[in-house]
Design a protein around this ligand. Structure first.
Ligand code: G6P
Length: 372
């Protein structure tokens, strides 16, 4: 009903709008007065966390993309090798698992059969499993050793939005917590990241206030067949997520690529007026990556692509090569996915509407897939 949708036409629009709150709710109560993490709810004993020598993230769909992003933060903050794998592939290749492996299973619904089977397999091999889940008491957390709940609130639209942002937040909390427990991170750095995380909710709010041009752009592209997405570093999984959203909602052919791979194949796809969305890393952090992406944008534009550039406020280097420029607030590199994903969600949602598709219930998809 309209009331359930809180005045929005679709649950997805409501859920996109709820993201600032979802992000802050997921941080709430998990940071103590001194600014350190208090995550006693992760009931895996500290010595087990200290001895872990490998982290394996398993998930499906959008949750898998959250895992791909988390890998950067987990390895950076913990120095523990981290693999991310599609749950449906994981147990069929005889993965190397033992008591020192920490498996992180990410699932909004907590009922995805592929993810459940992957975690059962991991536990049979002696690994500890930490679930990151949005649904209290669902099967995946019940069968895991521990759970960190995302506090996105109920997500009704099949295509995941607010749950995704909170999955990234929760994964980052786990990474920082592991750093804290293992002493690989200085308290000061943890506190600094926590302060930055606390700013993300406001940054997402600001992105949401500036989305009208993105909606307009989406409507103008409704007749297109293909959209490509490029990103690098944490922007690569953001590109994959942008492409997935477009497939799910707009039923368009969409692909995400690592920008550095362009020259190894995908550049052959570029033709006159092909829309290409590029997620540009901050020019302040890893400026080498920023400069390389700017040359990628030049290259594809020289071959006729219509460039849709998502770049930080104040990044002037992209201006000459952007046919459409979408500004996002400046954030530290690792936190950029939480703001950069939002315009891609809005873009896909508006394209779906423009193409007359059912936004909340795309054809052939289910909110949670409880068969393998
Ligand atoms: C389904 C949904 C996707 C979701 C995936 C994983 O395929 O359509 O939107 O990302 O399952 O769901 P989960 O509940 O495990 O996060």
């Amino acid at each position: 009903s309209a009331a359930e949708k809180g005045g929005y036409d679709y649950f997805m629009l409501k859920e996109i709008a709820e993201q600032p709150k979802a992000v802050s709710d997921t941080l709430l109560g998990r940071i103590d007065a001194s600014g350190s993490l208090s995550l006693d709810e992760i009931r895996i004993p500290a010595h087990v966390l200290r001895e872990a020598d490998k982290i394996v993230v398993v998930a499906c769909g959008t949750a898998f993309h959250a895992g791909l992003i988390a890998k950067y933060a987990i390895e950076h903050w913990t120095r523990i090798p981290c693999e991310v794998e599609l749950a449906s592939e994981f147990r069929y290749r005889d993965p190397i698992l033992d008591q020192r492996t920490l498996v992180v299973a990410i699932s909004q619904s907590g009922e995805t059969m592929d993810t459940l089977m992957a975690l059962r397999h991991a536990r049979e091999q002696g690994a500890r499993v930490l679930a990151i889940c949005n649904t209290n008491g669902s099967t995946i957390p019940r069968e895991s050793d521990a759970v960190l709940y995302t506090h996105a609130g109920p997500e009704v639209a099949v295509a995941s939005t607010k749950a995704f942002l909170t999955q990234v937040v929760a994964c980052y909390l786990v990474a920082l917590y592991l750093g804290q427990v293992r002493g690989t991170q200085w308290g000061d750095e943890i506190r600094a990241v926590i302060r930055d995380l606390a700013q993300i909710s406001g940054a997402v709010e600001r992105v949401l206030e500036t989305m009208e041009p993105v909606r307009e752009l989406a409507r103008s592209l409704a007749h297109k067949n293909t959209v490509l997405f490029l990103g690098r570093h944490v922007g690569h999984p953001v590109a994959l997520e942008g492409a997935l959203k477009l497939k799910e909602l707009a039923y368009m052919h969409a692909e995400g690529f690592a920008a550095g791979e362009l020259k190894h194949g995908p550049i052959a796809l570029i033709e006159e007026d092909l829309p290409v969305v590029v997620v540009v890393p901050s020019p302040r952090g890893r400026s080498v990556l920023h400069d390389k992406i700017v040359s990628n944008i030049q290259e594809i534009r020289a071959r006729g692509a219509r460039t849709i550039v998502i770049a930080e406020e104040g990044d002037e280097a992209v201006v000459p090569y952007a046919d459409h420029l979408v500004r996002i607030p400046a954030t530290p590199t690792l936190l950029q996915p939480m703001v950069a994903t939002v315009p891609l969600q809005v873009f896909a949602c508006e394209l779906a509407t423009a193409r007359g598709n059912e936004v909340d219930q795309p054809r052939n998809l289910a909110k949670s897939v409880t068969v393998e």
